[in-house]
Write a protein that binds this ligand. Structure first.
Ligand code: DX5
Ligand code: ZN
Length: 223
């Protein structure tokens, strides 16, 4: 399985999102868009109208991470709009299986996210319905936080499950991913890496992506 690097525009200039996308075109596999509703998380960012504008502004596939209440109702329109990956939080979903199916039926990759403290076991039956499992490596809500090494055992457990079952699911990490932490995440089995500050805080965002990719690929080959 190849490695996906998804820069998070949460760390970019919100008045210049099209430029932020253009800065990583050709380097980023997906563009990670953090939707926060000030209810599921304390922060508030952007919603479907801005995502629709971004879809028109960039050819990079969008990876929408919905940190919102009631995703059962609000997530499918993102898939309908043409978002490539739509990830909802299991802690917020009333019927995760049904929602994942609705997202796939609308042509998107179905993603489910777990907060650092949310165990994986209760969601094992959900995995076959998913194209992406996001294990948060910080408490969702804000960029620039420190990577939580306590999530590594859960990552290894998910990797083990996917390898044993042959399920073709991206295992994504999000939060505190940078040159110091990406190897540990890749060694634990992650295949898709979100990076906000490490990319948009760098002088050359595209070069930062390529450096992260080289580290992730190196660690994945060792595994
Ligand atoms: C946090 C968001 C992340 C955030 C990551 O809730 O889900 O996507 O942008 O930012 P960094 O890479 O700076 O930790
Ligand atoms: Zn995110």
């Amino acid at each position: 399985m190849p490695v996906v690097i998804a820069p998070s525009i949460l760390a970019a200039d919100f008045a210049r999102l099209a430029e932020a996308a253009a800065a990583v075109e050709g380097a980023a596999d997906w563009l990670h868009v953090d939707v926060m509703d000030n209810h599921f998380v304390p922060n508030l960012t952007l919603g479907l109208p801005v995502v629709e504008a971004l879809l028109k502004a960039t050819p990079i596939p969008l990876d929408c991470h919905l940190m919102i209440d009631d995703p059962d109702r609000w997530a499918p329109p993102y898939a309908e709009a043409g978002v490539a990956s739509v990830t909802f939080h299991v802690e917020a979903a009333a019927d995760a299986t049904r929602l994942a199916r609705a997202l796939r039926a609308r042509g998107a990759r179905a993603g489910a996210a777990l907060k650092p403290g949310t165990p994986l076991e209760p969601y094992e039956d959900l995995l076959p319905e998913l194209d992406l499992l996001l294990l948060m490596t910080v408490e969702p809500g804000f960029g620039g936080q420190e990577f939580r090494t306590a999530v590594l055992p859960k990552l290894r457990a998910a990797r083990k499950l996917f390898d044993a079952s042959g399920l073709d699911v991206w295992l994504q990490v999000d939060g505190g991913i940078n040159g110091d932490t990406i190897v540990a995440a890749a060694e634990a089995g992650a295949t898709a890496f979100v990076a906000g500050s490490a990319v948009y805080g760098a002088d050359d965002p595209a070069a930062a992506i390529e450096a992260l990719r080289a580290q992730a690929v190196g660690a994945t080959l060792q595994r």
